[in-house]
Design a binder for this molecule. Structure first.
Ligand code: B1M
Length: 215
């Protein structure tokens, strides 16, 4: 498991692919391989990225290695009906084509057990609403990298309100120019500063929504 985590951290997808397969053949469960091997590695990648010890290219190669391992794990987990941590719809707002940060967040969320529906870039308020409805998402995540497109987060939140859907979802925003103050002003439920923070906030939001729905 340590070897698997190490090869993931250094982005060696061929070895992660082989070690995952070997571990499953040797009788380790999919959950053991996921938790003790792949997620342990990915957690270290997340911390190193947050602390500026590694950068976007290293995270992307680690993500590719994670994906290689997950191809063996996913079919077993979905057949076993394991409960996901939550369902998230994630996109970059209208007019904005930047997706590297969004994709990193998605990768970290998936690594943490969330089901994430990626609606891509240049996503209109209606795109977010349609996807949230279709997938019964608990969390809607919006990313923006341009000061000119940041207001589209507020417009999307307003559209959720207009459609009477604001209470159905919790909304998280993020992206380099976005701040906690801006998120508060727009009426978002959470602000994610980075991909690791996005995972923590998504966990909090799922819990909060469950509490609200049960009260
Ligand atoms: Co663009 N661009 N760009 N660009 N680009 C910036 C953002 C810019 C700051 C560069 C600059 O001038 N210094 C500037 C914006 C200025 C401003 O708004 N004030 C800019 C500009 C102006 C533009 C164009 C307008 C340029 C032009 O055509 N004249 C144009 C706009 C196109 C459009 O979107 N309509 C444009 C185009 C592009 C490329 C296509 C060339 C490319 C994007 C490729 C792609 O994404 N597939 C690009 C890039 C790469 C950048 C820079 C260099 C890097 C952005 C990036 O990927 N960062 C950027 C300058 C910079 O930031 N140094 C720049 C790495 C990424 C991991 O960080 O996205 O912040 P980030 O994500 C972080 C956190 O913010 C957080 O987690 C991530 C991981 O830690 N996070 C979330 C992000 N989303 C989150 C969501 C959450 C939670 C956390 O919850 C939902």
């Amino acid at each position: 498991m340590q070897e698997m985590a190490y090869e993931l951290i250094v982005g060696n997808n061929a070895d992660v692919d082989r070690l995952t397969q070997e571990a499953l053949t040797e009788g380790f469960t999919a959950n053991q391989v996921l938790d003790d091997g792949l997620l342990n590695g990915m957690a270290i990648v997340g911390v190193k990225f947050r602390d500026n010890l590694i950068f976007v290219p290293e995270v992307l190669v680690a993500a590719r290695a994670m994906k290689a391992g997950m191809t063996h794990i996913e079919p077993i987990l979905s057949a076993s009906g394991a409960e996901p941590a939550g369902t998230v719809v994630m996109g970059t707002v209208k007019g904005d084509l930047h997706d590297i940060g969004k994709n990193l967040c998605i990768m970290m969320l998936r690594g943490a057990g969330f089901v994430v529906h990626d609606i891509g870039v240049d996503s209109s308020p209606e795109d977010f609403i349609d996807a949230a409805e279709e997938h019964e998402a608990e969390v809607v995540g919006m990313s923006a990298l341009l000061t000119t497109t940041m207001p589209n987060m507020g417009r999307t939140i307003a559209t959720f309100e207009d459609m009477g859907m604001r209470d159905e979802v919790r909304i998280m925003v993020g992206g380099a120019p976005v701040t906690q103050d801006f998120a508060d002003e727009m009426g978002a439920d959470a602000y994610g500063d980075n991909a690791v923070d996005a995972v923590d906030k998504a966990k909090d939001l799922v819990k909060l929504l469950a509490e609200l729905k049960s009260s």
